[in-house]
Design a protein around this ligand. Sequence first.
Ligand code: GLU
Length: 488
Amino acid sequence: MTNTKPLNTRFAPSPTGYLHVGGARTALFNYLLAKRTGGRFLLRIEDTDVGRHQEDAIPKIIDDLRWLGLTWDEGIEVGGDRGPYRQSQRLEVYNSYVNRLIDEGKAYYAFDTAEELDALRKVAEEKKENFRYQRPAVLPTAQQAASARSEGRPVVVRLMCESADVTIQDDAFGEVTMPGDQIDDFIIQKADGYPTYHLANVVDDALMGVTYIMRGQEFLGQTWRHVLLRRALGFAEPGYCHLPLIMDMKGRKLSKRDGDVEVHAFRVAGYLPEALVNFIALLGWGPGLDREKFTLSELVEVFSVNRIGKTNAKFDRDKLLAFNTDAVAAADDERLLSGFKDYLSLNDTPIPADDENMLRKLISINRSMRTFADVVAKSAVLFLPDDAFEYDPKAVEKVLTKSDGAGVNVLVELRDLLANAEWTAPSLEKLLQDYCESHQLGVGKVAQPLRVAATGGTISPPIFDTLVILGKAKTLARINRCLAMLGR
Ligand code: GLU
């Protein structure tokens, strides 16, 4: 396939929960292809499965797509000429197509109960055959369907399908054929009057002008149904590309079992969307260049369906973390500030989220962070009440009480010096330097006891920044608390 003519694509999530990274990849690739070819990218909500539908999933999906930067040209919330873009608001459209198929003799009513179908399935199983629905010799009329419904039977509509092979040309998987002997008359309208996924999806793609369909590999085995429906309805064939599965590092299908799989969880964990987008872009696609780092607009420039493979992709969390670390290093302070604010709005931390100067300071002293969570891990203790953190016994032993309490002695002396100090980073630095020199001590032997006393552990931002952020009174209160704990 070449990227010459504009291709209209869509992302069509079923709102059953947060956006999964697999869904985000589908959205991303569709976005990239539309932008690359000058087509439209559309967002449609497929909410006709009443049992699985969750209303609050819709704003969640929308919010996470926007966070990733994947904006749509047409669809829910932004509007367009071909709406509404929620399937539950289009039932009349689907009904009219179902009725047309019935009128044209291409579809028919059926009212088998679940028990009857199960019994037929069992018979097929016993004969070691695939179950295929047997079309009745005489098709039920609309009146018979109505009286079956009034007797409480489930009335569905099935599409008449010939038992001939159906081959689709998939841009990742090549020619994929569904053998005719596995094809049967599938349901296009359910007993609750809602269309099935197949019917609604096909009708909407055609009416909304979608010309290229990219979605997860799990739909590949269903696509024959869409081909047959399109033929019955007289719709043109779109292009197809099914995206390879995403596996964990052990080669199992990616699942919650070994960590987060939802975009939102990475957002809450302090990742930058640009790092996640870059990482997700490489799941099943490669630029074929000696380079892996791309912004979203750079991806638009290099993306091509030709480079989507059918080999399973690997979700390497270490690689994602490395990407994020690099993205943080490459980002300017303003970018990190807005990202950090978003992070804090989603997490309950003691960091004062509305003190912009403080947030800037925390970012500048934590420039080597991997994610925003690292800032919190290192700095949250500075904002807790002075008696609200624990002293790490290992740190206390290693830094303070070991070697006959050398660290404790340093701390006792520093307490008096600090009590009279001017509280700025340069004068604190000078005070500690002078102390080190006059006592012939390395910086660590002085900074670490202070750090443990002030934060409870050995990991914190640089010591002068730590002390300045804490302020004199709090620093002294914490040193006193620590020394009291050690009987001094
Ligand atoms: N609504 C389907 C889903 O949730 C979309 C399938 C398709 O893209 O055709 O994944």
